[in-house]
Write a new protein. Sequence first.
Length: 251
Amino acid sequence: MEVILVENYSEMSEHAARLIEEQINQNDHSILGLATGSTPLGLYEKLIEGHKKRGVSYKHIQSFNLDEYLGLDQDHPGSYYTFMYENLFKDIDISMEHIQIPHSQPRLVEEECKRYDQVIERIGPIDLQILGIGSNGHIGFNEPGSDLNSTTHVVELAASTRNDNAHFFESLEEVPTHAITMGLQSILKSKRILLLASGERKAEAVKRLLSAHVSEMFPASHLWNHDNVTLIVDQEAYKLVSQKGSEEVAR
Ligand code: PGA
């Protein structure tokens, strides 16, 4: 795992945007794995800036989102479809036919999971997957205890995850109890993974991740079994690991 230590959220976002734009420069038909939540918001702002000011084009890019809440209307303000549309897709030139997000109200949930895996299989593999890390170590919505061999599946959200995400809703009660998520196996098939962590709220999770102890109870630790992971972490999120400054690379 390559660890890139940066000063703050803005630098993390900038660095991540640069890596994504490099990927697009190398292959303008790249397949990106996208994430939602507070962490990638700054990154998406930088990507929009790159598109508007420097003409970075997403015309041939395809994308897969990691997860979606179950039960919400696609257009509900809290859905991940709305999140992606409002925070990225509407301001870049990606074709809406090239974006994939699990359906939030499928007629048959199991069928939807299968369909999603088949589409990843057909279009993928994902060249560059963006990930945030949950305070409990989840990636996507793969909560502690998730099976390493899991493909896209339905999950019951951990209480801590619903709490963490309540600020996107009017109240905690409104946060859905279930979601569809790409499984750990689906995520680990990506060619390259970019994990982002910012702020004190993530310090405990980053410390646990960097102890390199792989455990089912801490899903992000499975990333140690992938040979192309870059963690971009800011000082606040890194502070329980070390007091050292400067950039550090550990493989
Ligand atoms: P956050 O969530 O970006 O809102 O902190 C990260 C995650 O749950 O993966």
